[in-house]
Each structure stands twice: as structure tokens, then as C-alpha cells.
Design a protein around this ligand. Structure first.
Ligand code: HEC
Length: 120
């Protein structure tokens, strides 16, 4: 009986560690970035993530099995102004009146620093 309780406790701790870890590592910042700057960027990324979900996710989610992933765009794809006007879909859906420059900047920051999807 005691063993089972210990095992259960172990599982709870393990599960908890997984979830806590996942939350902490959702962004990848350069090692040289100071804690202060990191905190500011984390805040921007959190806002960008919400804005992405509202404005972009209906077209930009990848379904992989039961998981839903946000694509890894590379730096050349993430040029805010070009991204807005170079694509006919975006001209109507990502126009200034809908996503302003500041919001687009937050989304770019989020997409730049979000942890890359595992390749498996
Ligand atoms: C109505 C659907 C739609 C919405 C909404 C949308 N996109 Fe797109 N987006 C597309 C399509 C279609 C492409 C071109 C094909 C592709 O690369 O997936 C594209 C391409 C891109 C690319 C790649 C650019 C390139 O040069 O290939 C980026 C980055 C991007 N979108 C970001 C965003 C962001 C950020 C938002 C939200 C602010 C957004 N998109 C909203 C449909 C959409």
C-alpha cells in the first residue's frame, strides 16, 4: 500500500514537472539576453501569441496527429510589411485596420522567439 502511494506521488511529481517545464521553455531567447530583457520579451511574446491565435491561426495551424502546432516561419518570411502586402490572402485578412503595426510587431516577436517545433 505504501509503495502504491509512493508510486502515485512520483507520477504526480513527474507530470507536474513536464507541464511546468513546457510552460517555461515555450520561447527560445539568445543566452546572452539579460533577465530583464528576457522578461520584457516574454511579455511581448505572450501578447503576440494571443494576437496570433486571434488573427492568424485559422489559416496557420499545422495539424499533426492530435497535436496542433504553430508553424516555424524563418526570418526571411517574417518581414512584417512584406508579409502584409505580398500575399493576396493577407491583403484582406491582415490589413492595417484589422492588425495594426504594433500588433503585427508583437506577432513577429512571438513567431521569432517561439520554440521550434520538434521534428519527428
Ligand atoms: C485567410 C488566411 C490567412 C490568414 C488569416 C493569415 N494568413 Fe499568412 N498566409 C496565408 C497563405 C495562403 C499563405 C501562403 C502559403 C503559405 O506559406 O502557407 C500565407 C503565408 C504566410 C507567411 C509566409 C510568408 C511567405 O513569404 O511565404 C507568413 C510569415 C504568414 N503567412 C504570417 C501570417 C500572420 C502573422 C498572420 C496573422 C497576422 C497571417 N499570416 C494570417 C493565409 C493566411
Amino acid at each position: 500500500m505504501k509503495k502504491q502511494i509512493l508510486l502515485l506521488l512520483f507520477c504526480v511529481v513527474l507530470l507536474n514537472a513536464c507541464f511546468v517545464n513546457r510552460n517555461l521553455v515555450s520561447y527560445e531567447f539568445p543566452d546572452a539576453m539579460s533577465d530583464e530583457v528576457r522578461a520584457a520579451y516574454t511579455e511581448q511574446c505572450d501578447k503576440g501569441k494571443v494576437l496570433f491565435e486571434i488573427n492568424c491561426s485559422k489559416c496557420h495551424y499545422i495539424k499533426k496527429g492530435r497535436r496542433t502546432l504553430i508553424p516555424d516561419f524563418d526570418q526571411s518570411e517574417l518581414i512584417g510589411y512584406e508579409m502584409r502586402v505580398m500575399n493576396p490572402q493577407h491583403e484582406s485578412e491582415v490589413r492595417e485596420a484589422r492588425v495594426n503595426a504594433e500588433e503585427l510587431g508583437l506577432i513577429m516577436t512571438f513567431l521569432t522567439y517561439k520554440r521550434k517545433n520538434a521534428t519527428d
